[in-house]
Every structure is written in C-alpha cells, then in structure tokens.
Design a binder for this molecule. Structure first.
Ligand code: SF4
Ligand code: SF4
Ligand code: SF4
Length: 897
C-alpha cells in the first residue's frame, strides 16, 4: 500500500498502523500509552493525526493505513491538542522532576519539553498517594501515574500474571493489585516488565534509585548470563558499576521483556565475594599468589601428571556459562596441548540425551524452530519442561499463542504454572514419558490422524515404530503412566488435528537413565504428525544455561570437535590437526560422569574445571566430593569461591559476562554478541587468556595459539566450524543475532531447521520400548524424588544467591510434599523434614502443596544447605551418559526441628 505522511510517500504492508508507517521513515508521532509489545490501547490520544478527507483526528496507534491515504502528524490543531493533553496530564502529576530518579528517562518529561508545556495551567487537586516500597525490586509511586495502562497491558497480555489493574474510576482511579496487596503477595513474578513499560517515574526499579541519573550512565548492549533464552540486556553503568538492567524493546528473544533474574539479578557482578587474585594451596590453605606463580605451578603439575600417567590422566570441564570463544580455546587446549579428548561440560547433565537422540532421528541436535516462530503454533505439547520458571521468556511466546487460541497440553508430574494454563494436564508418574509418548503415537495412528504424506516422503522406519507403539493402548498407557486413558486420547486428537503443533521439552525428558529413548519418542511423535520443518512446529529442547548450546557447538564434548565433527573419524582429526598445527589424540575421551568414576579408579589424576560447580550440580554428591579429594591436582577457574573451589589446589579468578566481549549461543541456535561493560575486579581475567597463556607456557606459542581478542578467536571458529562459517563479531554487531547454520557471510542464518530435508537426509523413526527408571519406590524408600529449577534462583546459586532481593523472594530450599503424603507421614507445612535416599540425607523445610502428584516429592537443586544432589541417582543413560536426576526412590520423615 502507498500513502503519504507529512509529504513523504511510503509503501507498507496492509495491516500496518499509521504510527508504524510513520516510524518506519523516522517520523516521530508522540505516544504515551503505546508499547510495541502490546495491542493498541488508544487511551492517551497523544498520537492523534489528521487524515485528509477524514472526519476528524484519528489515533495513529490503532488506525490502519489505507491505499492513497494522506496523513499530517504535526498540524497546528494537532500540536495544540497535544499541549492541552499534556497540560491536563501534568495538572495532577506530582511535580518533583528535580529529584525524580526517572528524570532524563521519562517519556512524559520528554513530551512536555517537546511541546513546551512547562507547567500546568490547571490548579486543581494533585494526585497524592503514598509511595509503595514493599517489594525487593519494584517501587510504585501512584502520584506519578498517568493511567496509561501500559503496566496493566504488559502484566495481562504479555506476562499473563494479571497482577495489576485499574481500580476505581474518574479522578481517584489508580493502578493496583487486587485488594491493594503487596506484589509479593500476588502471583507477581517480579519480572519488572511493567516497570519497563511505564513512561513516567510511577513504576521504578528499586536497585537504581538514588544511584545515578539517566544522563550519568553509559549503556552497553549484551546478553543475559542466566538461562538459555538468551535475552538481550542493556547494562546501565555508572562509576564502573552496573546499576540497572533494561532490555531493548523489539530486539532479541524477549523483545524487551525479561524475567526477574535477567532484570534484577546483577548485584553479583560487584559482590565483595568475587575472586580477585589467584589462590594457591599452601600447607592445606588457599593463599593469594601471583598469576605467574599460579600458572607455573599448573604447568609443572600438568607436566608431572602427564609424564607419570599419560595425557588421559588429565581431564577438563569446560563451561556452559563461558563464551563460545572461551570454550573453543579450552577444548583446543585440552586436545592440542594436553593431548586428551577428556573434555566435557555440564551439557552432560542436562541435554546430552538431546544430542544423542536428535542426532539419530534428525541428524542435528538442536532446537528446530525459534521462540518467535512458536507464536504461530496452534497446539503445543510441553513435556518435562517447567517452561515459565526455567525458560520464562520462552513461556511468554507460548502464552501469546494461547491468547490467540492455541491449545496446550502439559505432561508433567507436578502442577506447574503452565499446567494451570493448559487445556490438558497429563500428570504422569516420573520416568514414564516413553509410555505416554508411545500411547499418544498409537492413538494418533489408530484414529487415522498420522500425516501419511510426510511419513512417506520425508521419513524412514515408520513400520518399526508403528509395531513398537502397538501395545500402548490408552488403557495400558494409563496403567503405566497414571494418566487417565480418555485424556491420552483427547491429547492425541489435539496433536493429531492441529495444523501446526510444536513440542517443547527439557530436563524432565533428558535426565533419565533412558533419556535418549525419551528424545527418540518425541521425534517419532513430531514426524508422525508432520510437525517438523514448518513454522509453528518442531522439536524444541529448551537448553538450561546461557551458553550450553554454544559449548556443545564449540566441541567442549569428548567425542566431537566444533561443529559436531566426530573426533573418532580420522578425516576430521586430520582436518583439525592441519588447522591447529598439532597432532591430536585418537583415544575417546571421558564424559563428566565417567571422569568421576575414573578418578576413583586412579585413572584420572588431574582435573581442570572452568566455570562449573560440580559439587552441587552433579549427582551423588558424596561420590563427587570423594573424587575431588582423591585428585593429585585440581584447578578451578571461576568468578566466586564455589563449593568445588574449596577442594582446589589452584583457584584462578575469572571475568564475568559483563566484563568481557564474546558470544553466547542461545537455545534457538542464535549466536549473539556480548560487549564489555565494566572492568573485571582485581586481577580477574577472561578465561581464554588464561588458557592461551598456559598453552604458551607449555610450548605452543606460535600463531595458532595466539589471539588478540575474542573476535580473533571467532574468526578461527568460523574457519573450522561450517555451521558458524558466516559468523563474525562485526556482523553480529551490525545485524544482531544469527541462527546457525550460517555457512557464509552472505547467509542470513537458519531460524527453522529441516525445512526441505532432515540434516541426515530422511528423518528416522525408532521403535522405542518403555523401560522403568533405574530406582523405583519400595518399602524402604516409598516415595519418588524428582528435582529441578525455580524461577528466581539459578543453577547452583553461585550468582543469584548473591543478590539480596532474590534471596528475599526465595531464601532457601524446600521439599514439596503432597498433602495426602504429608498427612500419612505426619509432615507439617514449614517444618523441617529429613529426605533420605540410598546415597544420602538432607534436611529441608517441607512445603505441603498439591503441586506434585501423590507419592512424588520435589526439591530444587539451587541450595548448598539443602543439596538435592546429595540424594540423586548417578545411574546413567548408556548412550548419553546423562544421570537420572529426575527419578529416584526416597523417604521423608520429620526432621530435628
Ligand atoms: S513485575 Fe511482572 S508479574 Fe509483577 S506486576 Fe509487573 S509485569 Fe506483572
Ligand atoms: S504505573 Fe506507569 S505504566 Fe502503569 S498506568 Fe501508571 S504511568 Fe502507566
Ligand atoms: S528468561 Fe533467561 S535469558 Fe531471559 S532474562 Fe530470564 S534468565 Fe535471562
């Protein structure tokens, strides 16, 4: 369509609003209630424009363009109307611009300046309410509120928590929670997205109050260091310190929305506990040392172990928290300098089954579609993923689709938040996913809902799968899973009749002793219904940590080089030897879990841990602790003195995400650029510098082992990693994130995988049998323990537990116990209980709740004082070697209160 705005001829798509059309050519129509994240509200009337031939001014935020339309945005009448509107808004507004923390960052102030409204001509009553300062992160001053409704819109439309609404009418109207309760007493997720929407100082971030004015802060774009969603952050820096975090609207996976961790979990950056100097163990105590002393000690010990026991007596854990560049250098160091493939990282503990399973069925081990694309789905199966807590921004995209009418099935042993939003909650017994997935597949086939054309053209192995699922009648599936047969059929009908259905899963699927088979069964279901390779479909493993996808892509795994090139294949080894100019080992490497066994067996004698806290993250903590004690030499590189660092011989201080440049690859395969915002404390360094230096000290000082900065490392990554061939820091800076595969500089990236063909050619069905978890409840341990994450805390708590407000929200761990179990066991809500398994015992407060199904208890694993992984079962999936964190037998009894 073509239209003219202020004399400029513009071509836009039908459905575009006048406001969008104007902005597309840089014409700034003022708004207060409009937010790109929301449906138009058209309440503030500031965006009124004149349309030639119209009956009067129209709200440009809500009016769509028409072909041939002629629009005027700043006529004398329109400008006068805006002045009057601003005058009215200011008439009852608290006049404290001089001291308001939002001065310089206030849309109302900007517009008053633009239209020359310096003081209201009305002298009526002022809004005069008490400031509400009753949450850890958000302060509300209703006297500055202009009732634009953006906070209400964000909370209801986007976050869908329905915490805020208008209360009363006319002059006394104000924004409130129900019954005026504190936000912390409501379902508020403390995301702060309402604050980000507020165009005045009414809603403010508490942490940045009285710290620095907007014009005193430098703004640096980077990427969230927490979960795999990879939201874009703007760090506001004053006096060398991050004082506030926002997110650019319309950019990145969150489009300007964040969760509580991303927006408010930044205090750890400047926390006094940060490691600032290398520490070396002397007479049993860790004492400060120079970098030179620490690195020399490491070099001499590594040489000693290698000479005495061979290179495979040394192992290294890379990190899903570090950048791609750091992980790439780390695995290159382990392989090329130490001479071992013993390199792995915590993907082993979260999505190793996705790597083994999806590689077999599709040929590529990653999320097939993007978050934004999920909004086009008309049905979802979320299985084994507490999406709104573990991947809150991913959940926002699902919620948007639900608002547009999509159906949601949630399969989870607990009544998680998304289950409450679902059309169907299949509350299965932990570990029975394969039976449920087979039951769904069988019902889809039985009711003639399979996509025969897709199966015939794009897949192989269908008959084998069909035979394997045949025994899983709804009744038999009910018997195994505990999900009523009619619900299984109903769920199959939703999936079987949807035009586009997306499957989302996470660690409830992967962390099992048959995790690979769980993933294969998911792939079967997606192919059976033809839901791969199109918008709004796909198999979408939600990766837990900020760069776990990237760490895998970079070859921080014992069996592959970067780009998943199998290390066992000579052709790949020779290619990498030529690229790196060194001989490379041909013996297979050890996984994280195998490494601990090998330490116990005396086969591994030295361990280098970069940015992982294995003491809390790995199963069977006692086994891990004994292994760490048994090592001849342990190096830990981290930002804090972690529980693992307590056992180290050398501890090296590292720079955190805000203190370095580099890239993270999020769960959508989107490679995104980090910019350095602040200096690292003391002598802390970027991890890649440490390993480059160690390589130099160990005889590899040539050009192949020398980089000037992380952009230089990315150039090497692009040369040796086909999927990253077109990725460079310069390009990411200019264009934003790129989803791999991105084979060359002109390639736009690949938001959807397997569109024409699967990465392996044809998609492969596998006949998968349900197998029971390794440990089931019995007389001695009659309950099932499952573990997982919470919204507010993160992983082993190293960062979030150093954020005061987050600790205020969730101070410590707990065990969820179903009321029926609690009554039988005499467990009282809030009282301490003992939770015991065959591996250990912890004491935590009980939370008596109907969230878990009867017979199941849940413990989050973030807390050192209630370490869930003292209890978990290290039994492993034979292919993925991932431990069975999600199911083990336990007993609960009243503790010492
Ligand atoms: S913080 Fe988030 S959940 Fe809470 S009121 Fe604001 S938008 Fe709603
Ligand atoms: S609190 Fe802010 S966003 Fe909410 S209605 Fe008032 S001015 Fe608008
Ligand atoms: S959803 Fe994940 S990436 Fe986004 S802000 Fe929250 S923790 Fe950070």
């Amino acid at each position: 369509m073509e239209l003219t705005i202020d004399g400029q001829r513009i071509q836009v798509e039908p459905g575009t609003t006048i406001l969008q059309a104007a902005r597309s050519v840089g014409i700034d129509i003022p708004t207060l209630c409009q937010d790109d994240r929301l449906e138009p509200f058209a309440a503030c009337r500031l965006c009124l424009v004149e349309v030639e031939g119209g009956r009067g001014p129209v709200a440009s935020c809500a009016a769509e363009v028409a072909d041939g339309m002629v629009v005027h945005t700043e006529t004398d009448d329109i400008v006068e109307q805006r002045r009057v509107l601003l005058d009215l808004l200011l008439s009852d507004h608290k006049p404290d611009c001089l001291t308001c923390d939002c001065s310089g960052d206030c849309r109302l102030q900007d517009l008053a300046y633009r239209y020359g409204v310096d003081m209201s001509t009305y002298t009526g009553e002022k809004r005069d309410y008490e400031v509400r300062d009753d949450t850890p992160f958000i302060v509300f001053d209703p006297s500055k509120c202009i009732l634009c409704g953006r906070c209400v819109g964000i909370c209801q439309e986007v976050q869908q928590c329905n915490v805020l609404d208008f209360s009363q009418r006319g002059f006394p109207a104000f924004i409130s929670t129900s019954y005026g309760r504190s936000m912390v007493e409501t379902p508020c997720e403390m995301c702060g997205n309402c604050v980000s929407a507020c165009p005045t100082g009414a809603l403010q971030d508490k942490q940045s109050r009285r710290t620095a004015r907007a014009w005193d802060t430098e703004k640096v774009e980077t990427v969230c260091p927490y979960c795999g969603c990879g939201c874009n952050l703007t760090l506001h820096v004053a006096d060398g310190k991050v004082v506030r975090v926002t997110s650019p609207v319309g950019e990145g996976p969150g489009g300007g929305n964040l969760c509580v961790k991303g927006r408010y979990g930044f205090e750890f950056i400047s926390h006094e506990d940060r490691l600032t100097r290398p520490l070396v163990r002397v007479d049993g105590e860790l004492k400060p040392a120079s970098w030179d002393e620490a690195l020399e000690l490491i070099v001499s010990k590594l040489y000693e172990v290698r000479e005495q026991h061979g290179p495979d007596a040394i192992a290294g854990f890379a990190s899903a928290r570090c950048t791609n560049e750091e992980d790439y250098v780390f695995q290159k160091f382990m392989r090329g300098v130490i001479g071992t493939n013993n390199v792995d990282h915590c993907a082993r503990l979260c999505h190793a089954s996705s790597v083994t399973g999806l590689s077999q069925s599709f040929g590529s081990a990653a999320m097939t579609n993007s978050f934004a694309d999920l909004e086009t789905a008309d049905a979802f199966l979320i299985i084994g993923s507490n999406t709104s807590e573990a991947h809150p921004i991913g959940a926002i995209h699902v919620k948007k689709a639900l608002r547009n009418g999509a159906k949601l099935i949630v399969a989870d042993p607990r009544e998680i938040d998304m289950a409450r939003r679902a059309d169907l909650h299949l509350q299965l017994r932990p570990g029975t996913n394969v039976a449920l997935l087979n039951g769904l597949a069988r019902a889809i086939i039985a009711e003639g809902m399979a996509d025969d054309d897709f199966i015939a053209e794009r897949t192989e192995g269908f008959e084998e799968m069909k035979q394997a699922v045949e025994p899983y009648t709804p009744e038999m599936t009910e018997e195994i899973t505990g999900v009523p047969a009619d619900r299984i059929v109903e769920a199959a009908r939703i999936l079987g009749t949807a035009t586009s259905a997306a499957i989302l899963y996470s660690m409830g699927i992967t962390q099992h002793s048959h995790g690979t088979e769980h993933v294969l069964a998911i792939s079967n279901l997606a192919m059976l219904t033809g839901n791969v390779g199109r918008p709004g479909t796909g198999v979408n493993p939600l990766r837990g940590q900020n760069n776990v996808q990237g760490a895998c892509d970079m070859g921080a795994l014992p069996n592959v080089y970067s780009g998943y090139a199998a290390a066992a294949q000579e052709v790949n080894r020779v290619r990498m030897e030529e690229a790196w100019g060194v001989g490379l080992p041909s013996t297979p490497g050890l996984t994280v879990t195998e490494t601990f066994d090998a330490i116990h067996e005396g086969k591994v004698r030295a361990l280098i841990v970069m940015g992982e806290n294995v003491m809390l993250s790995d199963p069977d903590q006692t086994h891990v602790e004994e292994a760490l004690k048994k090592l001849d030499f342990l190096v830990v590189q981290d930002i804090f003195p972690t529980e693992t660092a307590e056992f180290a011989d050398v501890v090296l201080p590292a720079a955190c995400f805000a203190e370095k440049a580099g890239t993270f690859t999020n769960t959508e395969r989107r490679v995104q650029l980090l910019h350095k915002a602040v200096e690292a404390p003391g002598e802390a360094r970027e991890d890649w510098i440490t390993f480059m230096e160690l390589a130099h000290r160990m005889g590899h000082a040539d050009a192949s082992w020398t980089w000037t900065d992380s952009a230089d490392i990315m150039e090497e990554i692009a040369r040796v990693t086909p999927q990253y061939g077109g990725v460079s820091h310069a390009r990411l800076d200019e264009e934003g994130g790129l989803a791999w595969p991105c084979p060359d500089e002109s390639h736009p990236g690949t938001p959807i995988l397997h569109t024409e063909r699967f990465a392996r050619g044809k998609g492969k069905f596998f006949g998968v049998e349900y197998k029971m978890p390794a440990e089931l409840p019995d007389e001695e341990y009659p309950l099932t323990l499952t573990t997982g994450r919470m919204l507010e805390q993160y992983h082993t708590g190293t960062m979030t537990r150093r954020v005061e407000g987050i600790n205020e929200l969730v101070p410590t761990g707990f065990v969820e116990v179903h009321p029926a179990d609690a009554e039988r066991l005499g467990v009282v809500d809030g009282a301490k209980v003992k939770v015991e398994t065959r591996r250990g015992c912890i004491e935590v407060p009980a939370w008596v709740t109907e969230r878990p199904r009867e017979g199941v208890v849940f413990i989050p694993f973030h807390f050192w004082e209630g370490p869930a992984n003292r209890l978990t079962n290290p039994e492993r999936d034979p292919q993925a070697k991932i431990p069975e964190f999600k199911v083990c037998a336990c007993r609960v009894s009243a503790g010492d209160n």
